[in-house]
Design a protein around this ligand. Structure first.
Ligand code: FES
Length: 95
């Protein structure tokens, strides 16, 4: 299992290696903003990766395009497009 930790007080979440980040959070009843349901269109599911960015799957061409069009910060990822491959620590502005 890989571990997702949070910057805000919230229990750690263990997820299977390779799990989709947004789906894993939603399955644990942790809200993730979205208006496209994970289709890689809205970029609202962006999350800040505080530690372990190297433990996420590499950015796809689609995610790079979203990053440019929606002005993501360097430390943000589109969570519906990222697989968790190792331990990470994350944050969202609305948590
Ligand atoms: S949920 Fe819309 S791009 Fe991720």
């Amino acid at each position: 299992m890989t571990r997702v930790r949070f910057s805000k007080p919230r229990p750690d979440l263990d997820v299977a290696p390779g799990a989709n980040l947004m789906r894993a959070l939603q399955e644990a009843d942790i809200p993730v903003a979205s208006s496209c349901g994970g289709d890689g269109v809205c970029a609202k599911c962006r999350l800040r990766i505080l530690e372990g960015a190297e433990n996420l799957s590499p950015e796809s061409e689609l995610e790079r395009d979203l990053r440019e069009r929606h002005g993501l910060e360097e430390d943000e990822r589109i969570s519906c497009q990222a697989q968790v491959l190792g331990d990470i620590r994350i944050d969202a502005s609305y948590w």
